[in-house]
Design a protein around this ligand. Structure first.
Ligand SMILES: N[C@@H](CCC(=O)N[C@@H](CS)C(=O)NCC(=O)O)C(=O)O
Length: 208
């Protein structure tokens, strides 16, 4: 049986956005059953957790009998999709390369820009410093999101003619943008995101 770690408690700004939802989503897409293991902050910060499961004291972690645990939400999503042979196009095809490309683009070129805004909104205590930094990071994030929408070019799917992990990861990452009101001037990208999030597998993952 597959086990996915999830937070016993998340702060309100993170509710529904904790990265285990990506793992639950892909597992629901491919139809693999799983169990949730709730962990609290002291457990995540313990040396046994970082030595055995996640070196940075974070989640999600995928545990499965007979295999070493896997951390990093992107790696877990890709691992599951590849092993299931679903939502990722065939090995060796240009579509497979494009799916990998968009997953990494989401994690590497988009999510960090959103996190810069989240850091200002949720983690900076000094109001003067926050007011100085906010316009800079908001502008950069909005510009990047506009480029993403331009690249999507009105298509329903980022890769080929069906749902892939590219759509899953980008829609998941856009949840952070939506919560930070960074999609207000990009209604088409916001509408695309909601269409993807309406997939039954995502709805089941959220209910779960
Ligand atoms: N790059 C990692 C990031 C993991 C991450 O930041 N997890 C958050 C929850 S969404 C966490 O564990 N936060 C608690 C902490 O960092 O102490 C991934 O995608 O799995």
């Amino acid at each position: 049986m597959i086990t996915v770690t999830a937070m016993k408690w998340a702060p309100p700004f993170a509710a529904g956005q904790v990265r285990d939802h990506r793992v639950r989503w892909i597992l629901n897409e491919v139809g693999w059953p799983y169990e949730i293991k709730l962990v609290d902050a002291p457990t995540m910060k313990s040396s046994s957790y970082s030595q055995e499961l996640q070196p940075f004291g974070q989640l999600p972690v995928l545990e499965e009998e007979g295999r070493p645990p896997v951390f990093e939400s992107g790696a877990i999503v890709l691992d599951i999709a590849m092993r299931a042979g679903r939502c990722i196009a065939a090995d060796g095809t240009p579509e497979r390369a494009a799916a990998l490309q968009w997953v990494i683009a989401g994690l590497n070129s988009i999510e960090p820009m959103l996190f810069n805004v989240a850091e200002v909104e949720y983690f900076m205590d000094d109001e003067a410093a926050r007011n100085t930094r906010r316009p800079v990071v908001v502008k950069l994030a909005k510009e990047r999101l506009a480029m993403l929408e331009q690249a999507r070019a009105g298509r329903d799917w980022f890769v080929g003619d069906g749902f892939t992990v590219a759509d899953l990861m980008l829609a998941s990452i856009l949840k952070i943008a939506d919560r930070l009101a960074l999609l207000d001037e990009l209604p088409d990208l916001a509408a695309w995101q909601w269409t993807i999030l309406a997939r039954p597998a995502h709805v089941r993952a959220e209910q779960d």
